[in-house]
Write a protein that binds this ligand. Structure first.
Ligand code: BGC
Length: 915
């Protein structure tokens, strides 16, 4: 489509989204919030009013907002009469700018409303009537491997049907208990993988809707599906004995194909007793264990018309039997609110090392999550085996000890001739793969790594004068990609892969800068609320699995921190309203348990400052109380922005009581916090638990503690994300840079200098002195310690928001140059559009450039030795000067700007304490 013309003065509305997604085909009515981004040339461009027009599928107007005098370009709630379940809507928007000029209408976008959760479904759950086929112990053989026994062939399900008229439009609504791949007339439906994703299947089941109009024939058709165990019935979590015991033992399918026919009638094909099932090439498929295919067993053409199904009555590949059907129960079926999991990239090997025994070690140069696709051309019944690992042992062999019980092995028995081997119902976290049994010589072009994760569009970028820093930046993003897969997991390789709340919480702000995760978190926050205990406690993990008690401090608190972060970054108040009740129950739970406002009870597994290096530990109640105070402060803000002034006042009062209890218990008159450990200082300063008159002294003590550790950090998961922000914002920017650039352990740079391409779980995951840390807990792809990403964006680049602002309408551009960095540039594609900045230091001059989208304002604060001399490109002086806390020679020159390109330049900072 050609974009509408951009008149010199006109603004253009682009990237229209509903519920943070482009043209979603299933949205719950209470999630319908509309957003758009503005494009336009010139400076100081702004939206003064907007008009949204929503039409239904008969082109009748469902909602005309009329001209609304507002700069809001996100979080705009649909305001018309109730949406029709399953209804199809189109919408467009136009805006009036600062001169009163109206833009053209945007290109139309669309959304379709979710089906009615009860009356909208006509289908039954179906699965094979017999699933056991496979491992029978040969007589006289030893005990059967319990893992192998649990791994059963993937069910194939099919239903043939005829359509006697042209199809004008068709939708397939489909889900599974387990995983499904839908097939229609020999083609795969959609480009998503591992559908329908992971939820607590006893609480809600997500389904996907596909536009399959183009896949249908007038005449004969076949709808089919392949199922796998997935999160529902497979091995998962760190207690592999529980295979099949988490939710259920056998996968099932629920599908509804709705056809609109030329004569205006509707035809429905639903899962019911008329379907039949068999098995095929996939002999087992499991997220942790891997997949085994016997390609000769694939019933060619089974999912297309013209296939003759064999009905011999026997079970096994090639024989088709009636399915078992069961009525739906009351578990809500919800349109998937999250982005699909897709293959987002393919990577060819950097090298392949082969030995004489036919073992090939493939290095992809990048730790990633996904699987391999291999081309082979060999004799029938060739067995190719692929094992996956993140690192190599010293002798060059694949190191898999840290995978614990996850076998992460894919095996293929070929049918013969040219074939492509690829799993699709498993996931491996790996940089290296070991291939054995490959027929003939292996070529780099024959092997591809397919990168799989929730498809969250890239939003942030950073480049600098330090190559290792750029590598750190990429490492942080790769860790996110490898772990944001339906839920934010701790790690993608070993037998764990759980939706740990603590990890998600510390990394959430970084995650939002790296990628557009608004819809992803919207989905997961439902999992968090579903997992909430009757007591009101949020949990350690969501979906709740294995760990069923109250969440630890900094873990359970994610139930408040993550929604607040999503609001902060995307201006999304819907997420706050949706979870306000759950957040309130959590706050009540904490207060009931701790009536003296020190959080000492109900600490669950109290992981504390998890994996902090060093012997000294932050007092558990200190960390817990600081996080509680933080929750209360965020709740007050949340209540304010969602129009709940009484709640806001209540949470402010609560915050004050927790604050006093904290100070009484942990802060001395001269600003020491507990025994003086770094995390204690960081939390106290970040959570504003230190009175203004003591802040400088406490910050000095933090720096002294860092110096005493040889300019090393001693923070773990709970403290690390706030460490550099606290230092830079208390006038100790130089200390922040010393930690950033530190290259001995523990440090980020130690990881990247030693080959990390994703952030390690532990600072000492590998050390020159001791090699690998204990395999029992040593992931090389755990994003938590990568929460320093937030500082890179907000402080190093200076892309931040005014205090109290949300959704990137009111920016604070406040770069913090320092260390040995000469220049840095980067960008953030916010809900309001792309914010790009860059700075450089040339001898004694500092220059900062910023390019802002329409409809934002920014306060720019340029640090300088002589702030009064800083000028913008037109030679204007700053509108104000500010003194930077805690330093002698650093001041800031303050400018107010709107959209467009800006440049500021002035005497560079000379204060060594700052830079
Ligand atoms: C996980 C962590 C998690 C922690 C809680 C570990 O097993 O991998 O990421 O936060 O447990 O202590």
């Amino acid at each position: 489509m050609t974009p509408p013309p951009l008149t010199p003065a006109g603004l253009r509305c682009a990237e229209l989204r509903c519920a943070h997604l482009l043209d979603p085909l299933g949205v719950a009515p209470d999630r319908v919030r509309l957003s758009w981004r503005l494009e336009g040339t010139g400076t100081g461009r702004a939206q003064y009013a907007y008009q949204v027009l929503v039409t239904d599928d008969t082109d009748a107007v469902a909602w005309d907002s009329g001209r609304v005098e507002s700069g809001a370009a996100a979080d705009v709630a649909y305001g018309g009469p109730p949406l029709t379940a399953g209804g199809r809507y189109r919408w467009k928007v136009r805006v009036w700018d600062e001169a009163g000029t109206v833009s053209g209408w945007s290109d139309p976008a669309r959304f379709e409303a979710e089906l009615d959760r009860t009356s909208g479904w006509y289908a039954s759950w179906i699965g094979p009537s017999r699933i056991r086929e496979g491992v029978t112990p040969p007589s006289g053989a030893g005990p059967v491997d319990p893992v192998a026994r649990a791994l059963t062939p993937a069910p194939y399900l099919r239903r043939a049907f005829t359509v006697d008229q042209p199809v004008t439009s068709a939708r397939l609504h489909v889900t599974a208990l387990g995983l499904y791949e839908a097939r229609l007339n020999g083609r795969r439906v959609g480009d998503g993988f591992l559908t329908p994703g992971w939820t607590d299947y006893t609480r809600r089941i997500a389904y996907q809707t596909y536009d399959v109009t183009g896949l249908l024939n007038q005449g004969d058709n076949v709808l089919g599906a392949v199922l796998a165990h997935g999160w529902y019935a497979g091995f998962y979590g760190f207690d592999p004995k529980r295979a099949g015991a988490h939710y259920g033992t056998a996968p099932e399918l629920l599908a509804q194909l709705v056809l609109q026919l030329a004569d205006g009638s509707e035809q429905r094909i639903v899962t019911d007793a008329q379907w039949e099932s068999s098995t095929g090439a996939i002999r087992h498929a499991d997220l942790l264990m891997g997949e085994r295919h016997d390609l000769a067993l694939e019933p060619a053409g089974w999912d297309a018309p013209g296939f003759t199904a064999l009905h011999s009555g026997a079970s096994g590949a090639g024989n088709w039997r009636p399915v078992r059907a069961r009525e739906r129960d009351g578990t809500p079926l919800v349109a998937d609110p999250g982005p699909p999991i897709r293959v987002t990239q393919e990577i060819t090997p950097r090298s392949i090392a082969s030995d004489d025994s036919g073992r090939h070690i493939v290095d992809f140069g990048q730790n990633l999550t996904g699987w391999l696709r291999i081309k082979v051309d060999g004799p029938p019944r060739t067995r190719v085996r692929i094992r996956h690992g993140e690192v190599l042992a010293a002798d060059g062999s694949l190191y898999t000890d840290n995978l614990r019980t996850a076998r992460a092995t894919d095996e293929f028995t070929t049918a013969g001739g040219p074939e492509v081997l690829e799993p699709r119902f498993t996931l491996h976290g790996f940089r290296y793969a070991e291939i054995t049994g490959y027929p003939g010589d292996i070529d780099q072009a024959d092997v591809t790594a397919r990168v799989v994760h929730s498809d969250t569009p890239a939003a942030g970028n950073l480049e600098s004068s330090l190559p290792w820093l750029d590598q750190l930046f990429r490492t942080i993003d790769w860790g996110q990609r490898g772990n944001f897969i339906s839920v934010p997991t701790d790690c993608p390789q070993r037998d764990e892969r759980l939706g740990w709340l603590g990890d998600a919480q510390v990394f959430a702000r970084t995650a939002c800068y790296n990628r557009d995760v608004a819809a992803f978190f919207a989905k997961w926050l439902d999992d968090v609320t579903d997992a909430q205990l009757p007591s009101g406690a949020f949990t350690d993990v969501a979906p709740r699995l294995t760990l069923t008690g109250a969440g630890a401090p900094a873990w359970g608190d994610a139930g408040v921190i993550v929604p607040w972060t999503v609001w902060k970054m995307y201006g999304d108040t819907a997420v706050l309203d949706r979870h306000f009740g759950a957040m309130t129950r959590w706050m009540d739970f904490l207060e009931r348990a701790n009536p003296d406002y020190l959080r000492a009870r109900e600490l669950g597994n109290s992981y504390n400052d998890w994996l902090a290096p060093g012997d000294d530990d932050t007092p558990h109640e200190l960390l817990a109380t600081a996080y509680w105070a933080h929750d209360a402060a965020l709740m007050a803000e949340i209540a304010d922005v969602t129009g709940r002034p009484d709640d806001a006042a209540g949470y402010r009062a609560l915050r004050a009581k927790i604050g006093s209890a904290f100070t009484d218990a942990f802060v001395t008159a001269d600003g020491q916090v507990a025994s003086g450990i770094q995390t204690a200082y960081v939390l106290a300063l970040h959570m504003n638990l230190i009175s203004d008159d003591l802040r400088a002294a406490t910050a000095e003590r933090l720096v002294a503690a860092i110096r005493a550790a040889g300019w090393h950090l001693t923070t773990g998961f709970a403290g690390v994300g706030y460490l550099l922000p606290v230092l830079s914002s208390t006038g100790h920017n130089a200390a922040a840079y010393r930690l950033l650039e530190q290259d001995t352990m523990p440090s980020w740079r130690y990881m990247t200098d030693h080959g990390a391409t994703t952030i390690w779980e532990r600072w000492d995951g590998w050390t020159a002195e001791r090699g690998f840390a204990s395999p029992w807990m040593n992931s090389f792809n755990h994003y938590s310690l990568g929460s320093v990403g937030e500082w890179l964006y907000r402080f190093l680049l200076g892309i931040d928001q005014e205090p109290g602002a949300a959704g990137f309408g009111r920016l604070l551009l406040r770069p913090h140059p320092g260390g040995s960095l000469d220049w840095a540039r980067g960008s953030y594609h916010s809900v309001r559009g792309r914010v790009a900045v860059g700075w450089q230091r040339d001898r004694d001059r500092f220059t900062y450039r910023a390019e802002l989208p329409p409809n934002v304002t920014a306060t720019v604060r340029i640090p300088s030795a002589q702030a009064a001399e800083v000028r913008d490109a037109a030679g204007n002086a700053p509108s104000a000067l500010a003194s930077f806390p805690g330093t002698g020679g650093v001041q800031e020159a303050v400018f107010q700007v709107g959209s467009g390109a800006h440049e500021f330049s002035g005497p560079a900072i000379s204060d060594p304490g700052y830079s």
